[in-house]
Ligand binder design. Structure first.
Ligand SMILES: Nc1ncnc2c1ncn2[C@@H]1O[C@H](COP(=O)(O)OP(=O)(O)OP(=O)(O)O)[C@@H](O)[C@H]1O
Length: 286
């Protein structure tokens, strides 16, 4: 059974259709969700996490319809969600911050709950700062604290909205490692602007644009979209879909190569540009 099964999903805010007839299915492993700013990623994840309703279509999350009030609780009990702006009270210690979420998640028995909080802090490598105030933690540590609360109760589905934003390269690598580990035996849906995150931790990828799914498949299938569509040249070719200067002074092009072009291997970034178009080149590819 798919962990998430959605068909024709629609969510509108006034005249903006943030999600516009979107289909998606996911099962075990880490699925990356890529898309330009405003594509509808956060709205979609909020729908899946039972935070926001949908206007049309059908959706099953862990076998339940989040639109059904009683089923929402059943989903939430098996769901871990790291929103884009996970806020913790800065005056809480790391332990208290996660313990507070555990209370909200109905971990009622105090001793077992504290053991669970210690377990997730250990998982994300924050045991040593359990008694440090949230306000004194680094941004990377706070993101890991966000992941710790999402891992409470060993959820079957983990939804992470841009978890690596603002992390330095070391923290990013560490975080990716944690997400990859979290993806064994459960479903992780990871929204990101970082094609490298997708390349390193995801088995599958969904690309959305304008509230619609424009691609769903494996990383190799995605990269295949740009096969034979990447070339190098000493000069910028204005006919390319996108072109940028490399450190050695040559230009990397994506688009329809001219005859005799020096073809180069394609990557996720190139395939993303083929799908989304040149506007993506300006701001969305890391
Ligand atoms: N609560 C809201 N009220 C009005 N419009 C909204 C609301 N939430 C989202 N939108 C609009 O819906 C569209 C999709 O937004 P969403 O935040 O889901 O995109 P996104 O892909 O997550 O973008 P980003 O990568 O910038 O986070 C945007 O046009 C946004 O302005």
């Amino acid at each position: 059974m798919s962990t998430i099964d959605g068909h024709g999903l629609v969510k509108a805010f006034g005249r903006t259709r943030a999600v516009d007839g979107l289909d998606l299915t996911t099962s075990t492993g880490v699925t990356g969700l890529l898309g330009p700013n405003g594509a509808g990623k956060t709205t979609l994840l909020r729908m899946l996490a039972t935070v926001t309703s949908y206007d049309a279509g059908s959706l099953r999350v862990l076998g339940h319809d989040p639109q059904d009030a009683a089923a929402r609780l059943a989903i939430r009990r098996r769901l871990g969600y790291l929103p884009q702006e996970a806020g913790f009270h800065r005056g809480f210690t790391a332990f208290e911050a996660v313990d507070y979420i555990a209370v909200l998640k109905e971990h009622d028995e105090r001793r077992a709950r504290h053991a669970e909080v210690r377990r997730v802090l250990e998982l994300v490598g924050l045991s040593d700062v359990a008694t440090t105030k949230v306000g004194a933690l680094s941004g990377g540590m706070r993101r890991r604290l966000g992941l710790a609360q999402a891992l409470l109760g060993d959820p079957d589905l983990l939804i992470l909205d841009e978890p690596t934003v603002g992390l330095d390269p070391q923290q990013r690598i560490r975080f990716r490692d944690l997400v990859a580990e979290a993806g064994s035996g459960r479903t992780v849906l990871l929204s990101t602007h970082q094609t490298e995150d997708v390349a390193t931790v995801c088995s599958d990828v969904i690309v959305i644009d304008g509230g619609r799914r424009v691609f769903g498949g494996t990383i190799d299938e995605l990269v295949d979209l740009a096969r034979d569509r990447v070339w190098l040249d000493d000069r910028r070719d204005p006919r390319a879909l996108a072109a940028w200067r490399l450190g050695d002074g040559s230009y990397h092009h994506v688009g329809d190569p001219p005859d005799g072009a020096q073809l180069a291997p394609a990557g996720i970034e190139d395939a993303y540009l083929v799908l989304i178009g040149p506007t993506a080149a300006a701001s969305d590819v890391a």
